[in-house]
Design a protein around this ligand. Structure first.
Ligand SMILES: *[C@@H]1O[C@H](CO)[C@@H](O)[C@H](O)[C@H]1NC(C)=O
Ligand SMILES: *[C@@H]1O[C@H](CO)[C@@H](O)[C@H](O)[C@H]1NC(C)=O
Ligand SMILES: *[C@@H]1O[C@H](CO)[C@@H](O)[C@H](O)[C@H]1NC(C)=O
Ligand SMILES: *[C@@H]1O[C@H](CO)[C@@H](O)[C@H](O)[C@H]1NC(C)=O
Length: 919
């Protein structure tokens, strides 16, 4: 018994493969040995020194009698030999069989070994996942400050109570703290705005509000998300005054020559005036008056505690931080405005500086109030070298009406809109002269000049700018778009204009165009900006940007039969990260701090202060040590903070951001097999939150009989129409910041995806992905860029067929990009990826990030006709050229940089693992 156990133990110690080896050795040796000895035995009959022979010779004496016996013996022996050789053959055959069996067993052992390895990897994965889950649980238990619940919306429920009016003399001292009722505008109120119906409440005496303005304002305000129909819950009340028409001649000897007939009684009788006009905004948008000069609607009238939004203000009348300077209503009601603009390049245009205007000195002023200034400017033109062309014209056609211009020494616009535009499009700089009357801080005419200059890409040079205020200047940084100089600088003007380099000129012009398009261009843009300025001032967060409601094709209770995928080609036996429960990225955590910390950027760089987003690519990280001192929630540092290589790396995300996951958005069109393969490839992919299949085809998703198991929740959405733009719809189903956009035929490996995800976490505002492309100058026609897909050491686009982007850009694609670009994508069924690259580079002024050495992803077997390929390329050339035309420039930036994991190709000791095995 004891020996038996020992034997078993010994057997147990032996590896299966060793046993097999030994068995096969035995099987091989035994027959060989037998064969050898038997053949020896057979041969021995002829050998002299063989003992058998002696015995036969000895037998010879008695052979005669025993011949028969001998013969019998020999026969016997022959028989034995035959039988032995048969046995031998059998053994031989058996050996062969056993050999085959051994080979089979050894392959079985190999596969068992592989299975064991895979199981070990899976076990490791499960361990890592379990560790993460434990951490998560710990975090949930330890969290002593629960997430702030969504606050109750605190809204006023009654109209403003009637209070005694304030003395007209104190109106000029009104500021937010003294004349604004904050109690109607709680932080959670959402900033409701009530608009008095301009048909019912006419604030002008004996006149109608300008019809066009009235309709346009009412319509555009109707699109604003803050407008409410319930006056009881409103924070502010809007009164459309119109523009300062008509004028009444009251006196010929004072500056107050013309006065708007504001019906004070009508204003004070407004139903929610509350005795003193608290929280009312009187909007006076200049339009027609530009032909006659600047209108100051409210001079000499009492408006109580109401705010004023208009273009013309005197210094003593404008109340900083209270009143708002608006641009004149020159543009269309809304819609795309790019066609009005001039391209940004070249930096230098025909004229260095242009000006066209005429001025009549204001009554009661020195006749030659600006004559010395004009003289200096004319001298500058004369002494300039021939290379610097100026177009300075200080007299217009005398038919221009100059009534109000007379009053304040404003510069009337010369010529027609078209002729002015032609000159401005040819000017590097556009001179804007402050009105002679220094009591003015802004006039409608001056604002109109600013508007026209920015529209045509002439950089405004505001002479006398130190006393001029520009529209929405409490939120807009005009220094990045306008050269604002004191009048005294006129002698140095030429020098200064020449001192600016091309890059600065282009940056000023680009920023001017961006601000113009976003905040001034149309009536919609200006009223939205007006309300957003006031909301920003009150620190009330914007309304959330509405997501696209994607209706899943399959509901919770029904999903077509799932298919276990066929065993895919062996995954690399590498743990890439834990498999976790779906974990949505925390959303709307910065409702009240985005405006505080990033108010400047959101107005001047990101260009969307109009909406609140669940997360932004620019949300700040916590500082390094804070991750270990109180702010550790969600962080997964490598080696718990000690760092490390492959082993620690594969367990945790690390980095400066808390843990997160990503969503995959797959756009598919009538390629079920391809989609099924793409989905089944995703099994076991770490950090995957959800897969969203955007089903673009005419057939129904239920036509697909079975759906492969992908390991993560799959939502299939069917957009209302077939469009490539659907790839970037900001679906409410997306719950993570990181979105991996993939084509159904993009064949990405898991390690590549996880690596790209990790890189994206460090470049959250950029496109991070695989297929690199670039824009190459068209050397034949010298007229714009061509699309190029060849290998290159410089790239400027990463295609969204396989790239990570921030969820924010899906909103930006619909809200910031001009509609003409999306229409072009629909028309040609192409180029949505180029459009996304244009958008991101436009907002960030940074190139995309390319990861790993992979350059292209198309499945090798997919047939693509050459002609198809050619038209595709031609279309993409057209896209680049058209998009550049719409945006005024090509925002793409080039990069020579590619991201590989840190220890890629680094020699490290054997006991250490790299970050990834293959990349
Ligand atoms: C922030 O705003 C979002 C969107 O309006 C809202 O859902 C969320 O509850 C708000 N959170 C806080 C803490 O106010
Ligand atoms: C001013 O408004 C009041 C009240 O709405 C109205 O009765 C009056 O006729 C208006 N005056 C003029 C001159 O329009
Ligand atoms: C879910 O979808 C199936 C098939 O489309 C349908 O029969 C079922 O009524 C749906 N269930 C619910 C709860 O909507
Ligand atoms: C790409 O490279 C090929 C081969 O070098 C060349 O023939 C082709 O013109 C290139 N395509 C473009 C768009 O530059």
């Amino acid at each position: 018994m004891y020996f038996y156990e020992r034997f078993c133990l010994w057997l147990g110690h032996l590896k299966l493969s060793r046993v097999i080896f030994m068995v096969s050795v035995l099987l091989f040796i035994v027959p060989l040995f037998t064969h050898y000895s038997l053949s020896k035995y057979a041969e021995s009959g002829t050998k002299t020194d063989n003992p058998m022979r002696y015995s036969l010779e000895a037998l010879g004496d008695i052979s005669t009698k025993n011949a028969a016996d001998l013969k019998m013996r020999i026969e016997e022996m022959l028989r034995i030999r035959a039988s032995i050789s048969t046995e031998l053959r059998e053994l031989e055959a058996k050996r062969g069989r056993l050999q085959v069996e051994a080979a089979a067993a050894s392959t079985k052992a190999e596969s068992a070994k592989a299975m064991h390895l895979r199981a070990a990897a899976e076990l490791q994965l499960l361990r890592v996942s379990a560790d993460q889950a434990r951490l998560e649980q710990l975090e949930a238990i330890r969290r002593d400050s629960p997430q702030l619940a969504p606050p109750l919306q605190i809204l006023p429920s009654r109209p403003p109570p009637v209070l005694p009016a304030i003395a007209p003399t104190s109106e000029v001292h009104c500021r937010m703290f003294s004349c604004f009722d904050h109690s109607r505008c709680s932080l959670t109120s959402g900033f409701s705005v009530y608009l008095y119906d301009p048909d019912v409440f006419v604030p002008l005496a004996g006149a109608e509000v300008d019809g066009f303005l009235k309709t346009t304002l009412r319509q555009t305000l109707g699109y604003n998300t803050h407008i409410t129909r319930n006056p009881n819950e409103a924070c502010v009340y809007l009164v459309i005054v119109g523009e300062s028409f008509p004028f009444e001649k009251t006196s010929t000897s004072t500056i107050d020559t013309y006065k708007l007939l504001l019906n004070e009684t009508a204003i004070k009788n407004l139903p929610f005036w509350g005795g003193d006009g608290r929280n009312h905004i009187l909007i006076n948008m200049a339009r027609r008056e530009l032909s006659v000069g600047s209108g100051d609607a409210f001079r000499g009238t009492s408006i109580g505690r109401a705010m004023v939004a208009q273009s013309t203000f005197t210094h003593d009348q404008f109340r900083p931080g209270f009143d708002i300077i608006t641009p004149p209503a020159l543009g269309p009601p809304g819609g795309d405005v790019w066609a009005d603009c001039a391209p940004i390049a070249p930096a230098r245009r025909k004229y260095l500086l242009s000006f066209q205007g005429s001025q009549t000195p204001p009554i009661g002023f020195d006749k030659d109030v600006d004559s010395s200034l004009i003289e200096i400017l004319q001298k500058m033109v004369k002494s300039a070298p021939a290379t610097d062309l100026f177009l300075l014209q200080f007299e217009c056609d005398p038919t221009v009406e100059k009534r109000a211009v007379q009053a304040i020494g404003d510069w009337a616009l010369c010529g027609t809109d078209r002729s002015r535009r032609a000159v401005l499009r040819d000017s590097t700089f556009a001179l804007i002269l402050a009105p002679a009357d220094r009591t003015y801080t802004s006039t409608a005419l001056l604002q109109a000049r600013l508007y026209e200059a920015l529209r045509s890409g002439a950089i405004p040079v505001l002479l006398g700018g130190d006393r001029i205020r520009l529209p929405y200047e409490e939120v807009l940084d005009w220094r990045r778009a306008v050269l604002s100089l004191p009048r005294a600088r006129v002698v140095e003007l030429h020098f200064l204009l020449r001192a600016l380099g091309d890059a600065d000129l282009l940056a000023l012009r680009r920023q001017g165009r961006v601000l113009w398009e976003r905040y001034l261009s149309s009536v919609q843009a200006s009223v939205d900006s007006l309300l957003a300025t006031l909301r920003t001032r009150l620190l009330i967060p914007a309304r959330p940007a509405p997501p696209t409601v994607g209706v899943p094709a399959f509901n919770e209770s029904y999903f077509p039969p799932r298919l276990e995928p066929p065993a895919v080609e062996a995954e690399p036996e590498e743990t890439l990260g834990p498999l976790e429960a779906p974990y949505p990225s925390p959303a709307y955590r910065r409702n009240y701090s985005v405006a505080l910390l990033h108010g400047y950027e959101s107005w001047n760089d990101w260009l969307d202060p109009f909406a609140l987003y669940p997360q932004l690519p620019w949300d700040p990280p916590v500082t390094s040590e804070a991750r270990f001192m109180g702010s550790d929630a969600g962080f997964r540092p490598l080696g718990a903070g000690a760092g490390g290589t492959g082993k620690e790396f594969s367990k945790a995300l690390g980095g400066d951001r808390p843990r997160e996951q990503f969503t995959i958005v797959i756009l598919t069109y009538e390629r079920e097999a391809m989609l099924a393969a793409a989905l089944s490839r995703l099994r076991g992919l770490p950090y995957l939150n959800k897969v969203i299949v955007v089903w673009n085809g005419p057939s129904s998703p239920s036509a697909m009989a079975t759906w492969p198991e992908s390991g993560a929740p799959v939502a299939v959405v069917r957009p209302s129409r077939n469009s490539l733009n659907n790839r970037f719809l900001p679906y409410n189903l997306i719950e993570t910041e990181a979105v991996l956009c993939v084509d159904d035929d993009a064949n990405l490996r898991h390690d590549e995806i996880v690596f790209a995800f990790r890189v994206w976490r460090e470049h959250r505002d950029r496109i991070v992905g695989f297929p690199g492309r670039y824009h190459a100058w068209d050397l034949n026609f010298n007229n714009g860029f061509l699309y190029n897909a060849n290998y290159s050491c410089e790239l400027s686009m990463v295609l969204t067929g396989a790239a990570f982007i921030h969820r924010y850009y899906m909103w930006a694609y619909w809200r910031t990009l001009p509609a003409a670009i999306r229409d072009h994508v629909d028309e040609y069924l192409n180029c949505e990826d180029i459009a996304m690259n244009f958008l991101v580079s436009h907002i960030t002024r940074k190139p995309p990030v390319k990861v790993t050495s992979r350059w292209t992803f198309r499945c090798p077997g997919c047939p693509v006709k050459l002609s198809q390929d050619e038209t595709h390329l031609l279309e993409r050339n057209k896209c680049i050229q058209f998009f550049s035309q719409v945006m005024g420039y090509t925002p793409l930036l080039s990069t020579q940089y590619r991201a590989d994991s840190v220890l890629f190709k680094t020699r490290i000791s054997h006991d250490k693992q790299k970050c990834f095995k293959f990349i």
